[in-house]
Design a binder for this molecule. Structure first.
Ligand code: T4K
Length: 409
């Protein structure tokens, strides 16, 4: 990988792209392939492919042990996990969530005709602002779902306090926060239940997958029934249910990943540290930080781009990187409130979500994980540095492109 030395070498100015293959955010961490293959052989020999097979049971046990939580119910993905947990908790009417999240958090409610009420975030943490949550509570509110965005835990204690005082159900979307801790306790132990994602792009993956974790015995029983059509034994259905089961091959991948979990964290932390060092002198490009006193998975390397200070907007920096085949992302732009069906439901929501709007316009998520090398990070940071140092020229280039664009009707 060659380091770019001057602005003329940037791909937007006709230089060669940094990489011939795309450098993605979210390339899967694989673990030891031979271990996975061995498990697949076992599974095939056993002819037990799904429905609470031995790998799923082992995976649930290991995840619960790691988090110090009583119950782990493996799921086919986190979205279905959210839907089932929401229903099992009896949420209805309105539920308060951040708009600054992956759209699945909102869809899991709307899918069952519960209205997501979007709350603004604290710009320092990117998570729900408890003071704003309280203002949104109405007689129709039945719950709150906090999201531990980037794996950084929500303001858990204030949210527990609000939920108790208003008799609301409290859940956390912990899709990003597997193996992270808050005040020394692992994420997974807060609220009535928390939902993990093990999607391919997550730090630990089961191809597709997720889990609901809870310390509540009754909730555990109910969710286990609901994720298996409500079956409580042969021919006996006791609840409305759905198919939320994790398959054996997914659990085999999860078990394999768990064996390499510490290595994944170490690589993520190394990558994060390298980005931080390389970008620290770049004005207006600031990496978000993780609490050094807690466990973090470092699966997201997130920069906030302050266009005033850097001279370049986040969007122009992304365009510059994409031209190099560095596919940085702008999660969670533009915010759920600007996506359908919510945009039509709440056309004026943005007025109440000013921090969300600002952060969604500034966030830049950079490639990391075991597929990304230190050399690649150095080269990516070099491009960012060159672009910011030459912001007027980069802006001139994009202004020209904008002027040449045919008008849209
Ligand atoms: N709650 C929150 C807060 C979440 O962030 C998510 C999911 C959920 C709930 C729901 O969890 P699940 O139901 O998915 O378990 C991706 C993921 O698909 C999604 O799981 C994740 N959050 C979200 C933050 O990121 P997209 O639309 O960006 O996916 P996509 O296809 O663009 O993939 C991202 C990048 O990863 C690509 O540029 C290429 C790379 N990639 C992807 C896959 C699937 C690979 O290299 N290999 C692969 O196999 O949503």
């Amino acid at each position: 990988m060659t380091l770019k030395e001057s602005i003329s070498q940037l791909a937007i100015f006709g230089g060669p792209r940094l990489s011939s293959t795309p450098l993605h955010v979210g390339r899967p961490n694989i673990g030891r392939k031979e271990q996975f293959m061995r498990r697949v052989e076992d599974m095939l020999d056993r002819r037990w492919l799904t429905n609470a097979g031995p790998f799923v049971q082992e995976f649930e046990k290991k995840v619960a042990e790691l988090l110090g939580v009583k119950h782990c119910i493996a799921m086919c993905n986190a979205t279905v996990g959210l839907e089932i947990a929401i229903r099992a908790l009896g949420m209805k009417g309105e539920v308060i969530i951040p708009s600054f999240t992956f759209v699945a958090t909102a869809h899991a409610l709307q899918w069952q005709e519960i209205m997501p009420v979007f709350c603004d975030i604290d710009p320092k943490t990117h998570n729900l602002d408890p003071a704003q949550v309280e203002k949104l509570i109405t007689p129709r509110t039945s719950g709150i779902i906090g999201v531990h965005v980037w794996g950084r835990p929500c303001a858990v204690d204030p949210l527990i306090d609000i939920a108790k005082r208003h008799n609301l159900k409290l859940m956390f979307d912990a899709a990003h926060a597997f193996a992270c801790s808050h005040k020394g306790a692992m994420v997974g132990n807060f609220g009535h239940a928390e939902v993990l994602s093990f999607h391919a792009t997550k730090f630990l993956n089961t191809f597709e997958g997720g889990a609901v974790v809870t310390n509540d015995d009754d909730l555990n029983k109910k969710i286990r029934l609901m994720k298996n059509f409500g079956f409580a034994g042969y021919d006996n259905v006791v609840y409305l249910g759905v198919n939320g089961k994790m398959s054996e091959v997914s659990a085999a991948m999860g078990l394999t990943g768990l064996e390499s979990l510490n290595d994944f964290v170490a690589v993520n932390q190394r990558n994060y540290g390298h980005y931080r060092d390389e970008l620290k002198s770049v004005p207006g490009v600031q990496l978000i930080s993780y609490d050094p006193n807690e466990k973090n998975n470092f699966q997201y390397v997130v920069a906030e781009v302050d266009g005033q200070k850097s001279g370049l907007t986040r969007d122009r920096l992304i365009q510059t990187l994409h031209a190099e085949n560095v596919l940085a992302r702008k999660y969670f732009f533009p915010g759920c409130h600007r996506m359908e069906p919510y945009r039509s439901h709440f056309p004026h929501a943005s007025q109440l979500l000013q921090n969300t709007e600002k952060i969604a316009s500034q966030v830049l998520v950079l490639p990391t994980g075991t597929a990304v090398s230190v050399e690649e990070i150095t080269a990516i940071c070099r491009i960012i540095r060159l672009a910011v140092a030459n912001a007027p020229k980069v802006n001139e280039h994009f202004d020209k492109l904008d002027r040449e664009k045919p008008p849209t009707h």
